[in-house]
Design a protein around this ligand. Structure first.
Ligand code: 13P
Length: 288
């Protein structure tokens, strides 16, 4: 089994009225547990790699090779998409060169004309290699990849222009945020999501900032056409919490020879549990 593009996965999700989860990796070990979660519940899965994490882990090629080797070593049989999350134009080209099966070009902070121009170029390059292209309209607010940003709601007219370029997935800002939602968060803007879906036509929609959104809102978003949901913060928090407990319970003192290995185990198990819970919620469990 090698990587598959996000396009076929998202189309199947659209037809089946469920969403595929994109889970961001935060270390090389998380690659293995995210795929193990998918294998356990028979879900197609997307591994998200931000530019910052790629730099920390030795670049896109290191990650692409690692994923390929783990797929083979663990005998993974569910479809796996390796996706470059929130890339610049140049990073998207680098991910393409390194064998990613999907890239997201995030030109949402550019003028729309420039976003459209670069998207058009990338769509041609990606599609020539059978790689899917996700784009964003209206920057998503919140903390991501070490930076924080103000959000803007997407303009359906701009969403229509993007979709007309033949992109494979469209991420539109509909009140969603990366990181923790503030207590006074107004929730997802469903009338806007409806308008974006009408504007996007057949192009599957993506919901970023999937951590911390109430379950009924996730289900409503899927009903309204969201086919891919990105989750990062909840996995990170689960990892931190389990690791903190490991040290507080003094478990690091029990097996000093294997300390480096066992320290990561509870955190990784916690990440796996979050992935399984989300796969069930998104309806993609049992779809592979
Ligand atoms: P969260 O960190 O809020 O789950 O968002 C993840 C994301 O959208 C990655 O692109």
């Amino acid at each position: 089994m090698s990587y598959v593009s996000a396009s076929a996965m998202a189309k199947a999700a659209k037809a089946g009225h469920y969403a595929v989860g994109q889970f961001n990796i935060n270390n090389l070990e998380s690659i293995r547990v995210i795929m193990a979660a998918a294998e356990e519940v028979r879900a197609p899965v997307m591994l998200g790699v931000s530019m910052g994490i790629a730099r920390q882990l030795g670049g896109y090629k290191t990650i692409a090779d690692t994923v390929r080797n783990v797929l083979e070593y663990d005998g993974v049989t569910v479809p796996v998409c390796l996706h470059a999350d929130h890339s610049t134009y140049d990073a998207a080209l680098e991910a393409l060169r390194c064998g990613f099966s999907s890239v997201m070009f995030d030109g949402s902070r550019l003028e729309i004309e420039e976003n459209l121009r670069l998207t058009r170029q990338l769509a041609a390059l990606c599609h020539a290699q059978g790689v899917s292209l996700e784009v964003e309209v209206g920057p998503v607010a919140g903390k991501e990849d070490g930076g924080a940003a103000e959000g803007e709601l997407a303009d359906p007219v701009e969403c229509a222009a993007m979709s007309a370029l033949g992109v494979d997935l469209l991420a539109a800002s509909i009140g969603n945020m990366h990181g923790a939602y503030p207590p006074d968060w107004k929730g997802l803007n469903f009338p806007l999501l409806h308008a974006v879906r009408e504007a996007a036509g057949e192009v599957p929609l993506v919901l970023h900032g999937g951590s911390g959104i109430p379950e009924e809102s996730i289900c409503r978003a899927i009903e309204l056409g969201v086919c891919k949901i990105n989750v990062n913060s909840e996995c990170r928090e689960a990892f931190s919490e389990a690791t903190r407990r490991f040290f507080l319970d003094g478990l690091d003192q029990k097996d000093s020879a294997h300390m480096q290995l066992i320290t990561l185990r509870p955190g990784l198990e916690a990440v796996k549990a979050v992935c399984i819970e989300k796969m069930r919620l998104f309806g993609c469990a049992g779809k592979a």
